[in-house]
Design a protein around this ligand. Structure first.
Ligand code: NCD
Length: 328
């Protein structure tokens, strides 16, 4: 397998994380350090959020070339709670539409002294490409890249599993749904692999199953009842309609019947199994409302953890860039 080129682009010459583009190539220790810092930022529901000044004086720009609500708001709150100034660029009505290249947009933001650029794009490759050209004080954070990578989602999923199920090495983790078009599945697989989960399963209808050369080591299922049996973690995924053309598109009602995570199927999972979903959910398609709102669902916890994880990533990247500046 070719090494993922993004994995080396994201490090400075001392090997420190300067950008976050992919979880591929990150060591277990590195991931655990990020999860520990994220846990430090977690508060009980109802308590005031954690705040500090790790990003005081810095500017974070959110550039979302694909629609997003929760991830953008999550990054925005994370940056504000670390004392940064935040700007949101609505890239649908902005410069790319007027024909400006993305690099020119980046140089403009850089000239205004933006320090961290959070990017989401429908095409593969943009974050790693841009990372090669930015000034030394600028970091790129990938907030969702095509079907390939969504590193902060992978980290928040890992944090949620660690909080609720503990030791990864004893867990059977199932990712179910539209695996082939899912960046959430790919980042989850990378992080769970590094953390050494006992068994990784992927379940998808044949049309939505990824290529054989991907998800090495994962057990593959085309039948959801077989896949869910004995699982400790069940992650349901949305059908990524925006990435599917024509014949592959499943009908929602029959998909729910043959593949949806419902209460009856959940009984086949291990006792105390948790149910996850990255959102946005299509209720009663990939997951029934009863399960989504039920006692085994940790979906709201994932959302809460999202802010803490993004604070941890922002603070870590800012610290690494600062450290480098002091040694130069
Ligand atoms: C996911 C995404 O955008 O990749 N959602 C998210 O980050 N909140 C999953 C999805 O869109 O299905």
């Amino acid at each position: 397998m070719n090494p993922d080129p993004s994995a080396s682009v994201q490090r400075d010459s001392d090997g420190r994380l300067r950008h976050l583009i992919t979880l591929e190539g990150m060591s277990r220790d590195e991931i655990v350090a990020l999860l520990d810092l994220a846990q430090f930022y977690v508060r009980e529901p109802g308590d005031l959020p954690a705040r500090d000044q790790s990003l005081a004086g810095q500017t974070v720009a959110n550039l979302f070339f694909e629609p997003s609500t929760r991830t953008r708001v999550s990054f925005e709150l994370a940056a504000q709670r670390l004392g940064a100034e935040v700007v949101n660029l609505d890239m649908h009505s902005s410069s790319r539409v007027k024909g400006e290249t993305v690099l020119d947009t980046i140089y403009t933001l850089q000239a205004m002294r933006a320090d961290i650029l959070v990017m989401r794009d429908a095409e593969p490759g943009l974050p790693a490409y841009v990372a090669r050209f930015v000034a030394p004080h600028v970091s790129i954070l990938n907030a969702g890249e095509a079907h390939l990578s969504h590193p902060t989602q992978g980290l928040l999923d890992a944090l949620t599993v660690r909080q609720t199920k503990g030791d990864f090495t004893k867990l059977r983790v199932l990712i179910a749904g539209d695996i082939s078009h899912s960046r959430v599945a790919r980042s989850a697989w990378q992080v769970f692999k590094s953390l050494g989960v006992a068994e990784l399963r992927i379940a998808a209808p044949a049309d939505l199953m990824p290529n054989k050369n991907e998800f090495a080591g994962a057990r593959r299922f085309e039948n959801i009842d077989d896949a869910i049996r004995g699982a400790d973690v069940v992650m349901a995924l949305r059908i990524q309609r925006e990435r599917i053309r024509g014949a592959q598109m499943p009908d929602e009602t029959s998909y729910h019947r043959t593949f949806g995570i419902n209460a009856q199927r959940l009984k086949l999972a291990a006792p105390g199994a948790i149910v996850m979903h990255p959102g946005p959910m299509n209720r009663d398609v990939e997951i029934s409302s009863e399960v989504a709102d039920g006692p085994q669902s940790v979906i709201q916890r994932q959302v809460a953890n999202g802010v803490a994880v993004r604070m941890a990533v922002l603070a870590t990247i800012a610290r690494n860039v600062q450290a480098r500046r002091h040694f130069q």
